[in-house]
Ligand binder design. Sequence first.
Ligand SMILES: Nc1ncnc2c1ncn2[C@@H]1O[C@H](COP(=O)(O)OP(=O)(O)OP(=O)(O)O)[C@@H](O)[C@H]1O
Length: 253
Amino acid sequence: MADVKMSARQVRVHYGDNEALHGIDVDIRRNEVLALIGPSGCGKSTFLRCLNRMNDSIEGCRVSGSVTLDGVDVYDPALDVVQIRARVGMVFQKPNPFPKSIYDNVCYGPRIHGLTRNRTELDEVVETSLRRAGLWEEVKDRLAAPGTGLSGGQQQRLCIARAIAVSPEVILMDEPCSALDPIATAHIEELIDELRRNYTIVIVTHNMQQAARVSRRTAFFHLGNLVETGDTETIFTNPGDQRTQDYITGRFG
Ligand SMILES: Nc1ncnc2c1ncn2[C@@H]1O[C@H](COP(=O)(O)OP(=O)(O)OP(=O)(O)O)[C@@H](O)[C@H]1O
């Protein structure tokens, strides 16, 4: 039995009267990259947001069922949602650095969570996070420059550094390359490959080649259901369900 980091059981999501997810069951294994694929509107992003309670802030959105992190219920009202989001970090589709310096973007999380005791420790966290995000060499001489002045690909790596800075255990990525050119995309994909040594990663992608390149397992969503989860290679070469077969061969979506 593989080591389970997060687990979803019968997760249903409503936006008002509309049920967007119809009871999702999936295990996310420690230090794996799990790709979520499926046609537009099938609920991939909605499911991703369930994993760190990002849906809490969406008006009219209700989540039921259970999501656990190391066996603990993420929706337990006694838990601090800020802490959950520190443990389960998120990187969005469009790079969204704060309108602050590169340094301040990365140190923001450690500061508000009180993770460092002094400036030296903070400097260390900033450097380590930027190194892990593959950005240090490009920015080390201009840490005081605004994060928004970087290229799109660099901004996305800055957002990854910002997510890493609070030492998350899981990183959720919602189409992290969709706003990037092929070179910046390749950079992020290499980075994901590095990051999986230390983190559990769940990535939503529209790009099946990308799912094949970066993930060990893939989950196929269709119309609010999780149709099947399996080894990425199997899903792409010999899926168990006709709907998956139709999707990967380009018959819809
Ligand atoms: N904030 C929201 N308010 C109301 N309905 C929403 C909201 N977000 C998503 N939905 C609905 O939930 C369903 C699933 O959407 P979701 O964005 O999760 O799908 P997706 O698979 O990530 O799509 P895409 O690949 O196009 O991003 C859709 O029917 C969508 O219209």
